[in-house]
Write a new protein. Structure first.
Length: 74
């Protein structure tokens, strides 16, 4: 009787439970690709603004702007 109960319990628990293993390498690859796209877009959109911000900061500190940047305005 106990054996029948154990077999039935194992069968039902096997039907109800799912085996989900962690993320696969493909899922990690997709996440890395999406993060790279976000970084590329952010750098592209903010690149000019950041360049001007660092140039302004260098001028205010009495330094010279980086090569290729606009000259300091008085």
């Amino acid at each position: 009787m106990l054996g029948l109960y154990m077999n039935a319990r194992n069968f039902v628990s096997g039907l109800l439970s799912r085996e989900e293993k962690g993320a696969t390498a493909v899922e990690y690859g997709i996440m890395v690709a999406l993060i790279a796209v976000v970084i590329i877009v952010a750098v592209t959109l903010l690149g000019g603004t950041l360049d001007q911000m660092f140039t302004d900061a260098a001028c205010e500190l009495g330094g010279t702007p980086v090569t290729g940047a606009t000259a300091c305005t008085p």
